[in-house]
Design a protein around this ligand. Structure first.
Ligand SMILES: *Cc1c(COP(=O)(O)O)cnc(C)c1O
Length: 398
């Protein structure tokens, strides 16, 4: 039951992250209470009738809404500058729901090719099975997007920066083209985080998150969120889709995520500072043949990054001087940094996309995206960056 979060504009963002949506019970608890309740009791049969008719504000059932879940949605909505925030049980619940709630057989979807593996599956395998035509665009060149959007389209889905290559797409440019084609633009903002990029301010209609990543940031819960100021999208599609198909966030996870929001801004900024330090150091290492980091002038879309992002993010991609065996040897020699496919966590993690997150793709598709066997993706956490640098250094000479 998302409420209007517009009053978040009264305070500065960090205050909203600590206090947004707070609604104390009659116990006056200082910290946010957790309401682990699937259902709600009514004073009378008449009250139940009024609640179901929408004449009285009363929770009905936690698939529709729950006070702890509402609290999380209000706080995240204020952070994003979105009046509507609908949480979900995972990032993929948000991604699939954001499209499935509105698309039907015969509709057309344009999606970026550089997507998180499961998002690519939804766009190119699952939705076409339901009769949705999907066209993908691999390039960040706006002319290619213009060509793909030269016919009537219902939805555009993109990720910027992308996983794993941090490809950056022109959000205002693509939003214009999408609107001319009659489509809503949905942006997967997981890599940028709400700290460094606000797609709604650049013309996107809908933003989605896997809250599993930086928003939890400590590897505990799965969750997701869909945020928008488009009342028609919410009222005509999303509200009923969530109510009746049930990808609902649990109140326990909502509580953990609410507490995580209190520290989101400072965690992400510190992780980005650590990532910058490591990315700069990697540039001077002779065993590293390529570094891709949104904070570097050498990033292929450095100009776009300056226009639409206020920070570089927490992910560094680099290539080693060798093949897959050499890359595995490096990863296995790391002593602080974990091998894992999660990201955005306080603990630094390294991933080999070719054999894990992107193994479903053909070698040819991976080559188009620039994903090579000697490439690793590093998610930089909150450890001392000098320990991380020393760990990488010793693993490189292993
Ligand atoms: C992790 C991730 C998702 C999916 O989120 P889950 O919470 O794992 O379901 C979607 N998009 C991106 C960019 C991600 O990193």
């Amino acid at each position: 039951m998302p409420k209007d979060s517009a009053d978040g504009r009264k305070y500065r963002p960090q205050t909203n992250l600590v206090r947004g949506g707070l609604d104390r019970s009659h116990f006056d608890e200082l910290s946010e209470a957790m309401y682990l309740s699937s259902s709600y009791a009514y004073e009378s049969a008449e009250q139940a009738q009024r609640a179901f008719k929408g004449e009285e504000d009363h929770y009905l059932y936690s698939r529709y809404g729950n006070p702890t879940v509402t609290l999380f949605e209000e706080r995240l909505g204020q952070m994003e500058g979105a009046r509507i925030c609908q949480s979900t049980a995972s990032g993929m619940g948000a991604m699939f729901g954001s499209l499935a709630c509105m698309l039907k057989a015969g509709d057309r979807l344009v999606a970026s090719k550089a997507l998180f593996g499961s998002c690519d599956y939804v766009c190119t395998v699952l939705l076409p099975r339901y009769g949705v035509e999907t066209v993908t665009v691999a390039s960040s060149d706006l002319d290619e997007w213009e060509r793909a959007l030269s016919e009537p389209t219902n939805a555009v889905f993109l990720e910027s920066p992308s996983n794993p290559m941090t490809q950056v797409l022109d959000i205002p440019g693509i939003a214009d083209l999408a609107h001319k084609a009659g489509a809503r633009l949905i942006v997967d903002n997981v890599f940028a985080t709400p700290v460094f990029q606000k797609p709604l301010e650049f013309g996107a209609d809908i933003v989605m998150y896997s809250t599993t990543k930086h928003i939890d940031g400590q590897g505990r819960t799965l969750g997701g969120a869909i945020l928008t100021n488009d009342e028609d999208y919410y009222e005509d599609y999303l509200r009923m889709y969530i109510r009746h198909t049930g990808p609902t966030l649990s109140p326990f996870n909502a509580w953990v995520l609410t507490k995580s929001l209190e520290t989101l801004d400072m965690r992400v900024r510190q992780q980005a500072a650590n990532a910058t330090r490591i990315a700069d150091w990697l540039l001077d290492q002779k065993r590293i043949t390529k570094v891709i980091f949104p904070g570097h002038d050498s990033h292929p879309q450095a100009d776009l990054i300056r226009k639409q992002m206020s920070g570089p993010g927490t992910m560094v991609v680099f290539e080693l001087d060798g093949d897959q065996a050499r890359t595995f040897k490096f990863m296995n020699a790391l002593q602080v940094i974990d091998i894992s496919n999660n990201l955005g966590d306080a603990k630094s993690m390294v991933t080999h996309p070719t054999t894990t997150t992107h193994q479903r793709m053909s070698e040819e598709e991976r080559a188009t995206l620039g994903i090579h066997e000697n490439m690793v993706r590093l998610s930089v956490g909150l450890e001392d960056p000098l320990d991380l640098i020393e760990d990488i250094e010793q693993a490189l000479s292993a």
